[in-house]
Design a protein around this ligand. Structure first.
Ligand code: SF4
Length: 362
């Protein structure tokens, strides 16, 4: 019997969808569709979806890697906290990401107390068992931020704080449109983020930029169908938010999680690695929770001291200007074992994903 997942990997349906994409795309114009999600990139690369599409339809990844996009000065701040003797916790992918002061892994190697946790709750438990200050370096998009918020409202121990580097996806999509350096004919909206913000979360993007958007799940047919739906919108002169992931995403998203985010965080202008400052794209802890906000409790001097390594084009990858394999260092001096830039460090970075699945320059 065919499983639920198999239904979204069916070869015959994929062939029919590709044929539909070919018909909708025609051959006179080039279309560039951008997605902003490491899991979508994994599906696209793993199943060779780019090779199925007609030549005039491209799908590129933008700033959808929650680790690669964390600006270096935030990592410097977290390292500074560790250097002051505090216990700093974070997720595994953050450890090797380079900043001006090296990486958190380098700080750990120098003897500072930097620990990997699987969830922020583990960090809270850690704080309950020590007198030392424990600071959780909280990164991630709308998907992760509610868990940070839920720990802060649950009255954590006095010696627990959060250093928030949470970022928001719709402002980054608008920044891509605003910069205009990459042609964007449509967005595949990220499934996980959409479970939280719903269809409504992309209204501002739609209202300001008249760009077709389709919320998609993570199976190969989800992605192919979203490409077809975007092309159909273009052909019919529409620029709407369509939801092809109704089995998980509601129009209103997850109201409880959204209320929690609003209660604990407020938006601030935030820098993104490789992109620059994006208005209202970051989440800072509200004054009511200042007792658990490391940015308010502890003072760390940081300077903007990190430059992308020579030759690394991670900034262009994050702005959907190039594919990873167009970087001259890709799979030569920059590999998953010896990453040069942040896009090769994280499992959600498109350089890492391309290298992992052995993608070569076509
Ligand atoms: Fe940077 Fe490496 Fe990606 Fe090139 S392949 S853009 S050096 S991370």
């Amino acid at each position: 019997m065919q499983s639920f997942a198999d239904a979204f990997r069916d070869g015959e349906t994929a062939r029919k969808t590709v044929k539909l994409i070919e018909e909708l795309a025609g051959d006179s114009k080039k279309y560039r569709i951008v997605h902003v999600c490491g899991t979508h990139e994994d599906t696209i690369t793993k199943y060779g979806i780019r090779t199925m599409l007609p030549e005039n339809v491209e799908v590129l990844m933008g700033p959808g890697c929650p680790v690669c996009t964390v600006p270096p000065n935030r990592i410097d701040y977290a390292i500074g906290l560790a250097e002051q003797g505090y216990t700093v916790t974070t997720y595994g992918d953050m450890m090797r990401v380079p900043s001006g002061l090296g990486s958190l892994q380098d700080a750990k190697a120098r003897g500072h107390d930097v620990r990997i946790v699987y969830s922020i709750h583990d960090a809270v438990k850690m704080a309950e068992k020590t007198d030392n200050q424990v600071v959780h370096f909280a990164v991630g998009f709308e998907t992760t931020a509610p868990t940070t918020a839920s720990e802060l409202v649950a009255d954590p121990p006095d010696n627990f704080s959060v250093y928030s580097a949470h970022l928001l996806i719709p402002p980054a999509m608008m920044a891509l449109m605003e910069m205009g350096v990459a042609q964007v004919d449509g967005f595949i909206d990220p499934g996980h983020v959409s479970t939280i913000i719903g269809e409504h979360g992309y209204r501002e993007v739609a209202e300001k930029y008249s760009v077709p958007q389709v919320i998609a799940g993570f199976e190969p047919l989800d992605v192919l169908m979203s490409v077809a739906m975007i092309l159909r919108q273009i052909r019919e002169g529409r620029a709407e938010i369509e939801n092809s992931y109704r089995r998980a995403v509601k129009p209103e998203g997850a109201p409880r999680a959204l209320r929690l985010l609003d209660r604990v965080f407020e938006r601030e202008d935030s820098p993104w690695r490789g992109i620059g400052v994006i208005p209202r794209s970051g989440l800072k802890v509200r004054e009511e929770y200042a007792d658990h906000d490391a940015a308010k409790r502890f003072s760390v001097e940081t300077e903007a001291s990190y430059e992308m390594p020579p030759g690394c084009r991670c900034g262009d990858v994050l702005r959907a200007i190039i594919y990873p394999w167009e970087c001259p260092l890709f799979n030569k001096t920059c590999t998953p074992d010896n990453p040069v830039g942040p896009c090769m460090v994280s499992h959600e970075g498109s350089c890492y994903i391309s290298a992992r699945y052995g993608v070569e320059q076509p």
